[in-house]
Design a binder for this molecule. Sequence first.
Ligand SMILES: Nc1ncnc2c1ncn2[C@@H]1O[C@H](COP(=O)(O)OP(=O)(O)O)[C@@H](O)[C@H]1O
Ligand SMILES: [Mg+2]
Length: 380
Amino acid sequence: MKSDVITPPAMLGMLGGGQLGRFFVVAAHEMGYKVTVLDPSKDSPAGKIADVHLCANYDDATAIAEMAKTCTAITTEFENVPANTLESLAESTVVRPSAASVLIAQDRVLEKNFIKEMGLAVAPFVVINSAQNVPEDSSALYPAILKVARFGYDGKGQARVKNRAEALEAFKTFKQEVCVLEQMMSLDLEVSVVLTRDASGQVASFPTVENSHLNGILDISIAPARSSDVVKANAQVLAQKIADKLNYVGVLAVEFFLVGKQLLVNEIAPRPHNSGHYTVDACVTNQFEQQVRALVGLPLGSTTLHSNAVMVNILGDSWINDIEPAWQKALEHTNLKLHLYNKHQPRKGRKMGHFTVIDRDQKTALNIALIARGELNVGV
Ligand SMILES: Nc1ncnc2c1ncn2[C@@H]1O[C@H](COP(=O)(O)OP(=O)(O)O)[C@@H](O)[C@H]1O
Ligand SMILES: [Mg+2]
């Protein structure tokens, strides 16, 4: 083993205090590391369980200096961290993934052009930076989906449009920020690959997972995906190509659309991903331990899936009239693993938790997951 491995009880740094950061803190703690979380919110899910919570903005010079001084290596759970912050931290400490990779993932225009230039397929799109660029009604892009280039997530900053007038209206609603207008595709399936690439270029991918969305937000992930072996293998190859091209170090998620037999790259995330949550309960190493391993320079862990898994997101919508969902009912399923993120205020569309059902048999896992999904008012 190389001598530059960072060993416990070193302090690691996490930019962002959401649920992804929280799972990172758990994984790092299990392995004996300490964690400092930078997040501007007083009660962020990760900040609450971190050794140190720096409650400041992502561009706060004092907080960044403190992180640089106290953390041996720093990573992110949030693609919208200013690239400047990552660059300035990288001057004095290990930062993974690099600012350059995060910069591409945080801007849909850079991201789509990067993927296209690699020769990989994406849904047809145009960049909209002024009303004049909005295509005429005759354009083959309609019906389309207008997406803000930056800071969109969970279907936010997106509008489905049938023609130029609707596209112009949506562009106005988005305050004429730079957008991409993307052709609405008829999707046969959505899949994603979460992989980890270490500093020597080794890649370990988790199995290709199948995703279904509700109102633009991930609802259910099924691992392994119920698609052909060829599709599953192709998704892995494409994801690795992207990671190699970025010279990426850390956990990377790649979302795909399957249209007919073709895989289109939808978007990438420079961090663990909601569709990789199943790894927590169903893989030998989970995506957050893998994030720690890549960060500290340890060999990547085994990504073997030891059970079939079905993950269901629990949004704030499950609290009807402020009443807690029927947790006890869900927990009575003996192969269901419940994860709640300790967030206040169950707002509509807000990710409050998830559960994963694991079973030897995929159909059994799916059946139980669907029953529990109903018991917890998911998708009602
Ligand atoms: N061009 C498209 N055609 C069909 N469905 C789409 C398209 N773009 C997005 N979607 C649907 O909306 C979901 C969220 O869009 P995505 O671009 O991944 O944004 P987000 O950053 O919110 O995840 C996708 O997973 C997919 O279900
Ligand atoms: Mg997405």
